[in-house]
Design a protein around this ligand. Structure first.
Ligand code: ATP
Ligand code: MG
Length: 234
């Protein structure tokens, strides 16, 4: 401002106007008054909650998480506890899988909750509930839920997102059913989830994997047996 006045003092009336409003010369109007936030208001950070059972998490869930992470400042993937009496995965297992799947997103976290989604959302300071819509069948149920949630908590907005086309038929229930019948689930869930589902279906696989990780492969076992029998003979 001081510099602006000094410049204008050396100019005549019309030059002063040019100097005052020309973007090339220092403006006598303090820069702070030109900041866009004075026009738009302070930038608001939007936190969203994405609730579900995620039993197991699928590529459809991941697609929605990725879309949500791009439009919200913060996204909490919230696993509902006690939804089903006999889930395939425990809440802790689902949380581990989701944490691994979302480790590449800076603004995504994974939590668990029980009770009303709206109460949980308010508790964590969220203003949006994110939900996915796959087909018309989802729409009816989701609309009912969204309207009930609005009745319970008018300040919360439900935002619906659609997944990429190839995931529009995908659900956790289908993944469970396909896996239980021995079908291939590789393109339906991330690799780490596919591995966990296979272990659930065939617990022997889990032990095989643990042993492999510990270096107890069948070949190593066989060579150990040979060494033991050689020792006995000598
Ligand atoms: N493939 C998908 N595309 C888009 N949204 C999805 C997809 N799968 C699940 N969602 C959405 O994610 C949210 C949480 O879903 P949820 O955990 O119940 O998964 P689900 O696949 O519906 O599981 P289940 O078959 O056990 O009901 C819901 O809003 C659901 O509509
Ligand atoms: Mg569902």
């Amino acid at each position: 401002m001081y510099l602006g006045l000094a410049v204008s003092a050396q100019l005549n009336d019309s030059d002063w106007l040019t100097a005052r409003f020309s973007p090339r010369l220092p403006s006598p109007i303090p820069a702070a008054y030109n900041l866009p936030f004075l026009i738009r208001g302070p930038v608001k950070r939007i936190k969203a909650v994405y609730p579900g059972s995620f039993d197991p998490p699928t590529n459809g869930h991941l697609d929605l998480i990725e879309r949500g992470s791009k439009i919200f400042d913060e996204l909490v993937v919230a696993i509902l506890r006690n939804l089903e009496k006999d889930p395939l995965f425990s809440v802790a297992e689902r949380r581990n899988m989701l944490e691994a799947m979302t480790s590449g997103f800076d603004n995504v976290s994974v939590e668990t909750f029980d009770g009303l989604t709206v109460e949980y959302a308010i508790t964590v300071g969220a203003s949006v509930v994110l939900r996915g819509i796959r087909a018309i069948s989802d729409y009816e149920y989701e609309l009912q839920m969204a309207l009930m949630n609005r009745k319970l908590q008018p300040s919360l907005e439900t935002v619906f997102m659609m997944p990429a086309e190839q995931y529009s038929y995908l659900s956790s229930r289908l993944v469970r059913e396909v896996a239980q019948l021995g079908g291939n689930i590789d393109c339906l869930v991330p690799e780490l989830v596919a591995q966990k589902v296979r272990e659930k279906m065939d617990p022997a696989l889990k032990f095989a994997n643990v042993e492999q990780a510990e270096g107890k492969s069948p070949e190593r076992k066989a060579s150990k047996r040979k060494t033991r029998s050689r020792k006995k003979r000598s």
